[in-house]
Design a binder for this molecule. Structure first.
Ligand code: PLP
Length: 436
């Protein structure tokens, strides 16, 4: 029997981060073609969020489909427990060559677990080094590192994770710059200086194992772009106090902000870095946690010493996903992806002023192929959410949109060309104007 308030859903799937009570139908996507998702009714939606920020080349790219099917015909899965496989090895080599300073690659399946692995590496590193009192993870307020327990503990977002508050492990947090300056509040520069000062002070007691932060920008926190030099300064403070630096490049690395390793552009020097999202071009689920030699070496020893990393999943290093990632990274080079990103970034950036001037918009933040349009007022309480309203208005205008809080996220496939980007921004602007 139907429960009170429950609607006759056409879907029996429990959808992620979704108030199921406010949806009575979900558009069923039956095909992906180029930069579009096509639903059952034949409606084409320009993919404005790169299918949750992971798509690079658009949908159904023959090179990627071929790489996956070729690999599937040879070996669809074999574990990395006691064995290895060619694609996992080849991809790890490519990543080490691409991401500077890194020595080993640990695979998992999504960004959240890539970060869980990073936290475990950092805490166990200190235990291996005989300093198990260094066991706290520090992070930036408003950061997001996924929604598994460790990731929630570190990237705690009160609006998302309040129900779990009492069950999370204790993390230390610092307010970070990069958001909209509140009228009468501290300037971004003041927030930055206070953040760095607080880090210096807090790190001095030797209990912090690592600081985790998103690299370049906080994305899920509403596209908050760090001021120039901030990440470099954080990195120096970590080095000075022996705190490991974990950079979360899941959303911002592999080209999203313009560089393969965003930390190179930002001047950060991580001990551990995590990648996911774009790794397979948006075709299969895989992520990677990369560690420096210093970190890796501390896990070596006799079996009985229990120094090895206690982590591993069924599909760790899956060869199908690795084959997709290898072809994806080859295409980055072959097709000069970073040039396309630079061009796309100029197109997106060209709209900043116009969008900022819209009545309903309080701020626009942009870097690379990432834009956050902050609305000055969200949906009134009691009715449909801002996300639903903007999604529906976007759909009427042929674009697939998702908001986070009151921020409309534009996170297109990295290779989206200027004409589609213009269509995307113009469809979004119309959707924001039309939304009730
Ligand atoms: N880290 C960052 C910076 C992210 O933006 C996300 C997801 O949005 C994650 C980690 C978690 O990745 P996933 O959703 O693949 O678990």
């Amino acid at each position: 029997m139907e429960q009170a308030g429950e609607q006759a859903l056409s879907s029996v799937v429990w959808h992620p981060n979704t108030q199921m009570g406010e949806w009575d139908e979900f558009g069923e996507i039956v095909q992906g073609r180029g930069m579009h998702l096509i639903d059952k009714k034949g409606r084409k939606l320009l993919d404005g969020v790169a299918s949750m920020w992971c798509n690079v080349w658009g949908h159904s790219r023959p090179e990627l489909v071929r790489a996956i099917t070729r690999q599937a015909a040879r070996l669809q899965h074999s574990p990395l427990f006691n064995l290895t496989n060619g694609p996992a090895e080849e991809l790890a080599r490519m990543l080490i060559e691409t991401i500077p300073g890194m020595h080993r690659v640990f695979y998992s399946d999504n960004g959240s677990t890539a970060m869980e692995v990073a936290f475990k590496m950092a805490i166990q590193y200190w235990s291996n080094e005989g300093d198990s009192g260094r066991n706290r993870i520090a992070a930036l307020s408003n950061g997001y590192h996924g929604d598994t327990f460790g990731a929630m503990s570190v990237g705690y977002m009160p609006g998302f994770f309040g129900a779990f508050k009492g069950q999370l492990f204790p993390a230390v947090r610092f307010d970070a710059p990069g958001g909209r300056e509140a009228p009468g509040g501290p300037t971004d520069k003041e927030i930055e200086e206070e953040c760095l000062g607080n880090m210096e002070e807090r790190f001095a007691d030797g209990t912090i194992a690592a600081l985790a932060m998103e690299s370049g920008a906080q994305v899920a926190g509403g596209v908050r772009i760090y001021p120039r030099g901030f990440q470099r300064r954080v990195s120096r403070i970590c080095k000075r106090h022996g705190v490991l630096l974990i950079l979360d490049e899941v959303a911002t690395g592999l080209g999203r902000l313009g560089s393969m390793a965003e930390y190179e552009a930002q001047g950060g020097r991580p001990d551990i870095a995590a990648y996911g999202k774009m790794l397979t071009g948006g075709y299969l689920t895989m992520s990677a946690t990369l560690a420096t030699k210093k970190v890796y070496d501390s896990f070596l020893g006799g079996y009985d010493e229990n120094r090895h990393l206690f982590h591993g999943h069924t599909y760790t290093g899956n060869p199908l996903a690795a084959a997709a990632a290898i072809e994806n990274l080859r295409m980055y080079k072959r097709r000069n992806l970073l040039d396309k990103v630079a061009k796309g970034a100029r197109v997106l950036g060209g709209y900043t002023e116009e969008i900022s001037g819209m009545g309903r918009v309080s701020d626009v933040r942009h870097a690379g192929m990432l834009m956050g349009i902050e609305l000055s007022r969200g949906a009134p309480k009691g009715g449909p959410s801002t996300n639903k309203i903007i999604f529906e208005a976007g759909r009427r205008n042929g674009v697939y949109l998702r908001t986070l809080g009151d921020v409309v996220m534009l996170v297109p496939p990295l290779a989206m060309g200027p004409a589609d980007l213009r269509r995307l921004v113009e469809g979004t602007v119309r959707a924001v104007r039309e939304a009730p």
